[in-house]
Design a protein around this ligand. Structure first.
Ligand code: TXA
Ligand code: MG
Length: 337
């Protein structure tokens, strides 16, 4: 158990930016808005601060973190960009894309942040509050989503406070995050780029810029795993199955609602039995996947709080941002580890 500390909440603005930069440079923990979800930031070069961050989240240590920087030039000082990485950075930064690249020589990011990997996940967020804070801090900032490990990601400052009050130094309140699901992660390690996590930039948009289909999942291990076991490849170590677990059980692709269930709806047409639902929230009445992404985590939190034992989830298309939404829902539905 971490000792309780005083968590300050400041409205976004120059004073909050200064306080955040000062706190980060002193080894403290700052939650801040990005365009995807709120991140919990620590100085990426300070192993003690990162240890504190893992403790505050209750996160397993083997899950490596994304280093956030203010612009692409700062990112290029930390990692080695191949052609695909350059193309993707030019097209989508700042924005909801994380690139996993080889670490640059002399990269100052602490080994604890990368879980000892030779690769580094880099992101240039597109949110004025994040950009101002990163520029003022002048150091790379590692930031996982600002929730307790295993909880749903936060899209408002209130979500952050609910999970982390008493465990972190500062929360900058910049309102609801505009994208709502985490960044897309692509590994660019010299070979064909690979999609490690669907997210805020749809696969279709990435493939259009690359002019080729993306490989999916972790790279095949160079030396095949002995015994045919299903050991996860070390390239994508953070993809824990039940990462986004609410308390309620999740039932996906529900075309009717059973009495006592809560319903997460999508689109104008509601499933049969909706009248018996304990609570109903719609991701997007007009069937808009971007709107659905912005509401996903807040609706999951709210339906979980309704007390229903089961959250039934209506079918949701898988194209565009639907792939990221489906990924988060499948994890939320996975058996608890
Ligand atoms: O939108 C986002 O990406 C948010 C905001 C705060 O920026 N951050 C976020 O961080 O989602 P987190 O820690 O919840 O997820 C980071 C993911 C994990 O799945 C982790 O395994 C993966 O990135 N990752 C980090 N470094 C990696 C590396 N070197 N190789 C492969 N995967 C890596
Ligand atoms: Mg997370």
């Amino acid at each position: 158990m971490t000792a309780t500390i005083l968590t300050r909440v400041l409205a976004a603005g120059p004073e909050a930016t200064e306080a955040a930069a000062r706190t980060l440079r002193a080894g403290g923990l700052v939650a801040f808005p990005t365009e995807t979800v709120y991140g919990l930031g620590a100085d990426a070069t300070d192993a003690t601060a990162i240890a504190r961050l893992y403790a505050a989240k209750g996160r397993p240590r083997f899950n490596p973190l994304i280093a956030h920087v203010a612009d692409a030039d700062a990112a290029r000082r930390l990692g080695r960009f191949d052609d695909a990485a350059e193309k993707l950075a030019a097209a989508f930064w700042p924005g909801p894309l994380t690139l996993v690249v080889d670490k640059a020589d002399g990269c100052p990011v602490a080994d604890l942040a990368t879980a000892g990997l030779d690769t580094l996940a880099l992101r240039v967020p597109a949110h004025p509050v994040a950009t101002a804070m990163l520029a003022a801090c002048g150091r790379p900032v590692v930031a996982p989503s600002a929730n307790r490990s295993g909880h749903v990601s936060p899209t408002t400052a209130a979500h952050v406070v609910a999970d982390l009050s008493g465990r972190i130094d500062l929360v900058i309140d910049g309102g609801a995050t505009p994208v709502g699901v985490e960044s897309t992660i692509v590994a660019c390690l010299g070979g064909p780029p690979r999609l490690l996590r669907p997210g805020g930039v749809p696969r279709e948009a990435l493939e259009q810029v690359l002019g080729a289909p993306l490989a999916a999942g972790p790279a095949p291990a160079g030396d095949s795993a002995p015994g045919g076991g299903s050991e996860p490849a070390p390239l994508a170590p953070g993809m824990l199955a039940s990462h986004y677990a609410p308390r309620a059980r999740m039932r996906l692709g529900a075309t009717r609602v059973a009495p006592g269930e809560a319903l997460l709806a999508f689109g104008a047409r509601l499933p049969d039995g909706v009248g018996d639902a304990v609570a109903v929230l719609n991701l997007s009445e007009r069937g808009d996947l971007a709107e659905a992404a912005t509401r996903l985590f807040a609706h999951l939190r709210a339906l979980d709080a309704s007390g229903a034992a089961v959250i039934a989830v209506a079918p949701i298309p898988r194209h565009g941002l639907g792939a990221a939404i489906a990924d988060r829902l499948v994890r939320a539905a996975a058996p608890r580890g």
